[in-house]
Design a protein around this ligand. Structure first.
Ligand code: KG4
Ligand code: ZN
Length: 332
């Protein structure tokens, strides 16, 4: 079975091609065109700019995605239909509908958040055992989900305000650093002291699976206003201390959910999962009762392949006329 999957929920235009062999998903091609450099100029995403870029790149990206195969070899199409920016989602959804109609291919709508979780199944040699606890950490979402099986899941909790990636992006902005904040904070944190500032660990002991990161942003703002001469050393220290606070909260809550639900597997996904400190610290905190799965970095940030993987395991094709983009889509 060959799946061509399209992802355009935000500022990446992507087409992924996956093949299933003996129940395993093999990545054939994953083409990602990002408009992130344009957004760096404006310090964040302007939705109109993002959707115009989607329109510009969707056809070349799909063409490149199909370089090694023909559309005739494709058994099913998959597309992100939410959550995301409406204008961006529409480009992918309407293109997928047109392809489904023109080439008479089944079309599988995919929840972007499920895509981040299912990135873990791509080129995966090991069996991912259930129950599994998944932490989705992206620019728009921070969620803990319990998966009992494919298609049988329960949302455990999520952020009450800013997502982890959003906190990185906003903190970077207030420090005068470019968008997106996560990668630059990670880079500068390498030269900083993670204990230089004792920033809050919001909701770390709340006993539930919710998160809150907006207070952290305010704490960083206040602290930075007290620094007389901001220099590269103080910026690095703020970055390292911010990264420490965010990763500590994410890891504590994930491990507590894994323990409570006897998770055999812990799955990480989303753009923030590309953060090396989060990857390393989570790995070293796991006590052995759960197996940890983290996708390669290129499959953590938005991409088409992860949408194809979710479609493969959860796929329910829909007649193209019935498919509509849904920017507010969440976990059911
Ligand atoms: O999943 P994603 O590509 O898009 C959304 O679905 O939102 O995530 C983007 C988010 C941004 O907030 C970005 O700052 C963050 O992921 N991010 C990182 C890293 N790379 C991307 N955060 C921390 N460390 C990174 N290396
Ligand atoms: Zn995403």
């Amino acid at each position: 079975m060959t799946i061509l999957a399209i992802e355009t929920s935000c500022d990446e235009t992507s087409a992924g091609l996956l093949e299933e062999k003996n129940g395993k998903l093999k990545l054939v091609k994953n083409v990602v065109s990002s408009s992130v450099l344009l957004h760096a100029k404006t310090g964040g995403i302007i939705p109109e700019t993002a959707s115009r870029e989607q329109l510009k790149y969707i056809i070349p990206v799909i063409k490149e995605g199909l370089e090694e195969r023909s559309i005739k070899d494709v058994d099913a199409l998959a597309v992100t239909y939410g959550p995301g920016l409406l204008g961006s989602l529409l480009i992918g959804v309407e293109t997928a509908k047109a392809l489904s109609f023109a080439f008479n291919k089944p079309l599988i709508p995919v929840n972007h958040l499920m895509g981040h979780i299912y990135a873990n199944w791509i080129d995966q040699e090991l069996e991912i055992k259930f129950p599994a606890v998944a932490l989705v950490v992206s620019g728009g979402h921070t969620d803990l989900v319990l998966l009992q099986n494919h298609g049988n899941y329960k949302w455990l909790g999520g952020t009450r305000d800013d997502a982890a990636g959003e906190a990185f992006d906003k903190i970077a902005r207030l420090l005068g650093l470019p968008y997106p904040g996560g990668p630059i904070i990670e880079k500068l944190a390498q030269d900083g002291n993670p204990n230089a500032f004792k920033f809050p660990r919001p909701m770390i002991d709340s006993g539930d699976y919710d998160f809150s990161f907006s207070g952290l942003k305010t704490a960083v703002l206040r602290e930075s206003q007290t620094i007389k001469q901001m220099n590269s050393e103080s910026i690095s220290n703020i970055c390292a201390s911010t990264q420490q606070a965010v990763t500590e909260v994410l890891i504590t809550k994930t491990l507590s959910a894994a323990k409570r639900f006897n998770a055999k597997s812990i799955l990480l996904g989303g753009g923030v999962a590309a953060n090396q400190k989060l990857r390393d610290d989570l790995k070293s905190s796991i006590n052995g009762s759960s197996e940890l799965f983290i996708p390669p970095k290129a499959l953590c940030t938005d991409n088409g392949a992860m949408i194809g993987a979710a479609a493969f395991f959860l796929g329910k094709p829909l007649p193209f006329r019935k498919l509509h983009a849904n920017p507010q889509l969440y976990f059911d």
